[in-house]
Design a protein around this ligand. Structure first.
Ligand code: KE4
Length: 451
């Protein structure tokens, strides 16, 4: 995702210049008006649909597996607000918890018992998390984890993987430098090169280059930060032994291993990728699902690292809305439903059926696709090759994806508006939803092929 935006020219979609001859008229009008007040008309870039060359949809609401735009169109939603909505939109238990909490006040800036109750649930789900801090976004969680790792080790350099996205803090808006395992270079204006050079970027799934990076920067690496299942270049799975190799290299050099489980946490298993793959992190960042769709994220891990945080320790981190009572209530309601466990078997079954159906539909249309899937997290790449890192993703047929996206949207299926994002299923997606999706896909793959 970072690499994608680093290369893109600014999005100058016709609709941003008042062109009103495309798409859903009310959304177009809303988009034009929004562009008067907000850069690109949106509050997060991917929402502008720049990745699919279509004007964006303005949303009126959502319920269960459906989302509705302001022109009255209904879509089966596979974005799920980019991951949080694993229960489906507007889940009654979550809404009830939110309403009950809101009746008591919306923010106190002081501790509440609910924060402790939530923390107990999270440490129960992730055995590597001994202590944690609640904050408001994945970006904030990752920023905090990096600061903790740098303080704990007394080192400045960090390693990230090309194609992984960890929020928009300066140290992570970095792309690979000129040489392999070299220092990175800024991916965005405003990021100081001096800071970017402290970030080493290596390809995902490349054990050899990671080993070289550790040798080249021996004793200087504070942390390795990785999505244990990458989901910001589309979904790319860790190859056998990859996570174990990262763990071993970190142990050998006293480097802090940070798993960014903002997407995978409570998604690929209740205990995230750490439960699924059996590799434990020193620090873990959670977001999205853990907040039940409200602004709540987590930085947690080994107590000896976490106890550096003020006021106990000297590493500063703070937040006005950290542990907000309404977000905490939504979080507890969400985790209590997921903790029952059966939901993951249902999600696995539905996602497996969708994967098989999509593969069959593509084959029937004579289109080559590679589908990468872990549980209810998946991506469909237009290629006849395996997709194991960011370069593989860049080599896929992005134009075909854009045609597929448009054809599916026109048939009432709302996919992520970027080939570098993921599909998310929820417990609200029914067999009827999957059947309708596959029917739409049979026609849309033909459109993708340009027929
Ligand atoms: P936020 O600051 O957006 O809450 O989280 C940043 C983040 C951190 N780590 C991972 C693995 C993430 O995927 C994200 C954010 N994900 C993107 C979409 N993949 C959010 C959507 C957006 O940027 O609008």
């Amino acid at each position: 995702m970072v690499e994608y935006w680093a290369r893109r020219p600014p999005v100058t979609h016709p609709s941003m210049t008042g062109c009103t001859h495309m798409g859903n008229q009310n959304s177009l009008d809303a988009f034009s008006e929004a562009c008067r007040y907000m850069p690109g008309g949106v509050n997060s870039p991917v929402r502008a649909f720049g990745g699919v060359d279509r004007p964006p949809l303005w949303i009126a609401g959502a319920k269960g597996s459906k989302i509705f735009d302001i022109d009255g169109n209904e879509y089966i939603d596979y974005v799920g607000s980019w991951g949080p909505m694993i229960l489906g939109h507007a889940h009654p238990a979550v809404l009830a918890a939110v309403h009950q909490a809101a009746d008591q006040g919306t923010s106190f800036g002081a501790p509440t018992r609910a924060e402790t109750e939530l923390a107990a649930r999270i440490t129960g789900a992730f055995r590597s998390i001994e202590k944690l801090r609640l904050l408001c976004s994945g970006t904030e969680a990752v920023m905090t984890a990096l600061r903790l790792a740098r303080a704990y080790t007394g080192r400045d350099k960090i390693v990230k993987m090309a194609g992984c996205y960890h929020g928009h803090s300066d140290s992570l808006l970095v792309v690979a430098g000129s040489g392999l395992a070299e220092q990175g270079t800024a991916a965005s204006p405003g990021v100081p090169e001096a800071l970017a050079q402290l970030t080493v970027v290596v390809p995902y799934n490349d054990k050899e280059l990671l080993t070289q990076a550790f040798a080249k920067h021996a004793g200087e690496i504070a942390a390795v930060l990785v999505e244990p299942v990458a989901a910001n270049m589309g979904v790319v799975l860790p190859e056998p032994g990859y996570l174990e190799t990262i763990r071993r290299l970190c142990d050998e050099q006293g480097t802090v291993l940070i798993f960014d489980e903002v997407i995978t946490g409570f998604r690929v298993a209740f205990g995230g990728a750490q439960e699924r793959y059996g590799v434990q992190a020193d620090l873990t960042c959670l977001g999205k699902i853990v907040g039940g769709g409200l602004p709540l994220a987590v930085c947690g891990g080994r107590a000896d690292i976490m106890d550096q945080l003020a006021p106990l320790g000297r590493v500063y981190q703070a937040g006005t809305l950290s542990g907000n009572p309404i977000a905490t209530a939504a979080a507890i309601a969400t985790l209590d439903i997921l903790a029952e466990g059966r939901g993951y078997r249902e999600l696995e079954s539905a996602a497996a059926n969708l994967e098989i159906g999509l593969a069959e539909a593509a084959a029937d249309a004579g289109v080559s696709v590679t589908i990468n899937r872990v549980g209810s997290l998946m991506s469909c790449f237009f290629t006849d090759r395996p997709v194991r890192n960011f370069e593989d993703v860049r080599a896929t047929d992005i134009a075909a994806f854009k045609r597929f996206f448009a054809a599916m949207l026109d048939r009432g299926i709302y996919l992520a508006p970027s080939a570098y994002e993921a599909m998310f299923l929820s417990l609200a997606h029914t067999k009827q939803d999957i059947d309708k999706t596959l029917e739409a896909a049979r026609a849309s793959f033909k459109m993708a092929a340009g027929r």
